[in-house]
Design a protein around this ligand. Structure first.
Ligand SMILES: Cc1cc2nc3c(=O)[nH]c(=O)nc-3n(C[C@H](O)[C@H](O)[C@H](O)COP(=O)(O)O)c2cc1C
Length: 404
């Protein structure tokens, strides 16, 4: 039977498989996105584990580790940049020069994670070397070899898309490049990778014990399993500036003193205000506030002097902090920053001691949330990606199990 993939290499620790363009590397969301290269490979080699991915549109070689030991070794090799990567891309326009480098800072495109964008203010340095392989004057395209030098999640497509608009190509080329830069990419691996993965033999596989009700989740997506807690809006004020941003990553830490934590990326303007003022507020948005939340999460105080005024969002004053609280939300927490320099620097975690908390009694009373039909517009919103939210839903009363 045709397994639906082309296997180039197999040994005890590693599989090298050809990924055709148009096939997902790993499963996407929804049943229609279940077919992917990994699923096909795992059907034949149940110990195949994911160590990297390729964009759906890209063709190339994908490596699968066989067993967790090999996966660890390969992941480390990627992490420590011991893996050489080479892409080939056909780009619109005639690229002048034989080779060069594109040095553009890339940062997360938060609402569309794991996508990236060029971010001159806060992106990480990302160096791509390119070499012109051939030019097709008839179609007006250039085939390039691209080598990402920095960063594990470095996106060549993103780098080239932007650099094309800044390159020395002709005007019309530039216009076309902007429209459709990386038409097609292929990834090739340096042979060194084969050595990197060859360590110990594969241990027994524990990939969900083949239970159809349990599917492994790719580790970079593991956060999503916990991430449908309510999205919050973090606000802060200092030195005549005020600002607010969306944050999906927040967590309660302690009952007494009441403490919470929120992740504030180094690129955010809100973070600078929190650090400077030593305080912040959380407003918990609801269904009716989804658009405002998304807007605050996709625009920055680095570019807009007062985002709240700019988008006509009303605020009210807190009792303990200067940070503005947002009208139209359903709960509010005023916090004093508990300075944890290491956690802030290493993990972007900001711990807050809650000085005051309040909630809309239509949705929260007697110490718990109530989301009946009447409170529908007040349901809290839970980000699942790309500006899409789930609403908090039906309640269920649990009862104690009886010992068997
Ligand atoms: C739904 C959603 C959730 C987000 N969650 C976080 C988060 O938990 N931490 C973070 O640093 N940025 C998060 N962001 C991105 C920031 O809100 C975004 O970078 C914002 O533009 C920062 O604004 P500022 O620069 O004005 O502070 C999220 C964005 C959206 C849309």
């Amino acid at each position: 039977m045709n397994p639906g993939f082309e296997l180039l290499h197999a040994d005890d620790t590693l599989l090298v498989v050809v990924k055709p363009a148009g096939l997902l590397a790993v499963p996407g969301r929804g049943e229609d996105k279940a077919d992917c290269l990994w699923a096909r490979v795992a059907a034949v080699h149940p110990d195949a584990l994911i160590v990297h991915r390729l964009d759906m549109a890209a063709s190339g070689l994908m490596l699968f580790a066989r067993g967790v030991e090999a996966q660890r070794a390969l992941s480390q090799a990627f992490e420590q940049r011991r893996v050489g990567k080479r892409y080939e891309a056909v780009v619109c326009g005639i690229v002048e020069g034989a080779q060069g480098e594109v040095d553009l800072p890339l940062g997360a495109d938060w609402p569309n994670r794991p996508r990236q964008q060029v971010d001159f203010a806060h992106g990480k340095p990302s160096l791509t070397r390119w070499q012109r392989m051939s030019v097709d004057a008839q179609t007006g395209t250039t085939r390039l070899a691209l080598e990402p030098v920095t960063g594990r999640s470095h996106s060549c497509a993103c780098t080239w898309r932007t650099s094309a608009t800044r390159s020395s190509a002709t005007r019309s080329t530039r216009r076309r490049s902007r429209r459709r830069a990386c038409c097609c990419t292929r990834r090739r691996w340096n042979c060194g990778i084969l050595a990197a993965a060859k360590r110990s033999p594969s241990p027994a596989l524990h990939r969900s014990d083949h239970d159809p009700m349990r599917e492994d989740v790719d580790l970079p997506k593991a956060y999503k399993l916990l991430n449908h807690g309510p999205t919050v809006i973090v606000s802060a004020a200092h030195g005549g500036r005020r600002n607010a941003m969306a944050a999906a990553w927040s967590v309660p830490l302690e009952f007494e003193p009441a403490r919470i934590a929120v992740v504030l990326d180094k690129s955010t303007f809100t973070r600078t205000l929190v650090e400077a003022s030593g305080e912040f507020a959380l407003s918990v948005p609801c269904r009716a506030f989804a658009d405002a939340t998304y807007t605050l999460g996709t625009t920055s105080g680095h570019q807009i002097a007062d985002k709240l005024a700019h988008f006509g969002l009303a605020t009210f004053a807190g009792r303990h902090v200067a940070a503005p609280l947002l009208e139209g939300c359903v709960a509010w927490l005023e916090c004093r920053l508990v300075r944890e320099p290491h956690a802030q620097q290493a993990y972007d975690i900001f711990v807050g001691e809650v000085l005051a908390a309040s909630a809309d009694p239509r949705a929260f009373s007697q110490g718990r949330w109530h989301f009946g039909a009447a409170a529908d517009p007040l349901r809290t919103i839970h980000h699942v990606g790309g500006g899409h939210f789930l609403l908090s839903g039906e309640g269920v009363q649990a009862a104690m199990l009886k010992p068997v």
